[in-house]
Design a protein around this ligand. Structure first.
Ligand code: CTP
Length: 434
């Protein structure tokens, strides 16, 4: 996965602008990935101060990390150079005071054990212990052999570190440098980047269950042909990512698209509108927000041929008859969960003209509190978009931006409107009761 795919965009947004990250490396072969992570953090706007343990220096040189971070690397608690703008010979204090977060990547099994016990016999562990625990969060990217990862001692240490306030970024699975295959690899740099960016996002949808549809649907004519549309799914995938960054548990029901699943999002792949409806209906009951961004095919061939339709040598072309697909959004918006206000429904409108009028009419037709309009031909397949938000009070435009930036704004708008919608419903039911 590339950084661009990770955020569904061609030019990275400076997601980490103004953030200062202390990147700590402990000893492990995954140190080579830390070089790429350092670069990625900087590319996304952060400043990075690297601190390495002696063991890390066995795997990668400080020179490499200094070149990538543009700052001298610290490796020893006895280093007397000025640090963090201070000349007090206390690198362990100075380096952590100016950090927005300390990210240990890779964090070896040994270093985890060390952190757990509050040991402080090298600069990195000393700095972690000396950090102001409330204002400087500690993010840990473990990296180790699968047996070491699965060992009860490691699992115990991980649970305790979490209880002590650290954020464990998880591990990857697959082929390991030792030749074995299993869990314990350090996450890939784009995954870690996504997690670090996500960590800083306001949790405006904390505790919510968000269900998103994305992409086109595919309606079969025969086993090799079908009807679909130009939707790329990028907006829906960006929304799923933004909702997860905002603290929600997210399920993404995706039509046929070739996009990577955002981190931490549960993805269900479907093909046809009827498959999508089925996947959505079963999950909407437990959701609190439903965002229908999919470009669902309005019609499907009335019958799909079971074998490929062949040319028979005559000049006659096949005659296709169509039948209307179910309207997924309208179906969900009529459900008891939506009518009671427990489920907040957000529709999209892909128009080619008269955006505002069409979006307003569509909101009323679909009976949803919020409808998001965009011009389909201007945005399908692209990384940027312009949105107009329509609700009972009027309309607001979200100016052109990357789909991820728009998705983050939209998620905030949804959080605010959902709260207002719930409040209005409860006032209405109270006034009915009195
Ligand atoms: N939608 C849906 N199921 C359908 C058709 C549309 O859930 N069968 C949803 C879309 O996901 C979107 C909204 O309804 O949230 C509007 O979709 P759009 O394609 O813009 O409009 P249509 O309802 O298809 O109406 P029209 O084609 O006439 O513009």
């Amino acid at each position: 996965m590339t950084y661009e795919q990770a955020g569904s965009r061609a030019v990275p947004d400076l997601d980490l602008a103004g953030k200062h990250i202390v990147l700590g490396l402990s000893g492990g072969i995954a140190c080579y990935k830390a070089a790429e992570l350092c670069r990625a953090l900087i590319k996304h706007g952060a400043t990075v101060q690297v601190v390495m343990t002696e063991a890390a220096e066995q795997f990668i040189t400080a020179v490499t990390l200094q070149a990538l971070s543009g700052r001298p690397v610290y490796t020893s608690q006895w280093d007397s150079r000025a640090s963090g703008g201070m000349d007090n010979n206390m690198a362990h204090i100075n380096l952590s005071r100016e950090a927005d977060a300390i990210v240990i990547a890779p964090c070896s099994a040994d270093f985890m054990a060390k952190l757990l016990h509050g040991r402080a016999d090298d600069l990195l562990s000393l700095m972690c212990l000396a950090r102001p625990i409330e204002s400087v969060p500690l993010l840990i990217a473990p990296a180790m052999n699968r047996e070491m990862w699965a060992h009860p001692a490691t699992q115990r240490n991980m649970a305790q570190l979490q209880a002590d306030g650290a954020t464990i970024l998880g591990v990857g699975s697959g082929f390991q440098a030792c030749g074995e295959t299993g869990d314990g690899r350090m996450l890939e740099p784009p995954e870690l980047l996504e997690d670090v960016v996500s960590f800083f996002m306001p949790k405006v949808l904390g505790g919510q269950q968000v269900l998103v549809t994305a992409g086109p649907t595919y309606e079969a004519i025969d086993p090799v042909r079908g009807i679909t549309n130009l939707s790329s799914g990028k907006m829906g995938f960006a929304l799923a990512r933004a909702a997860r960054e905002a603290g929600a548990q997210v399920t993404l029901v995706a039509g046929p698209v070739s996009l990577d699943t955002p981190r931490g999002v549960t993805r269900i792949d479907v093909k046809s509108a009827r498959d999508m409806l089925h996947a959505v209906e079963t999950r909407a009951q437990n959701a609190t927000v439903f965002i229908a961004s999919a470009a669902v095919a309005d019609w499907r061939p009335a019958t799909a041929a079971s074998q490929k339709i062949k040319k028979d040598g005559s000049s006659e072309t096949p005659q296709l008859a169509f039948t209307e697909n179910p309207d997924i959004l309208a179906t969900v918006a009529r459900s008891p969960a939506a009518l009671s206000g427990q489920l907040f429904c957000v529709g999209f409108a892909a128009e080619s003209q008269d955006l505002l009028e069409n979006a307003q009419a569509k909101r009323l037709r679909k009976k949803v509190p919020l409808l998001v309009g965009n011009i389909g031909p201007d945005t399908f397949g692209k990384d940027h978009n312009t949105l107009v938000l329509v609700d009972e009070h009027g309309s607001v435009e979200l100016a052109q931006a990357s789909k991820l930036a728009l998705a983050r704004k939209l998620v905030k708008e949804i959080a605010v409107r959902r709260a207002a919608h719930l409040a209005a419903l409860s006032t209405r039911s109270e006034s009915h009761a009195t």
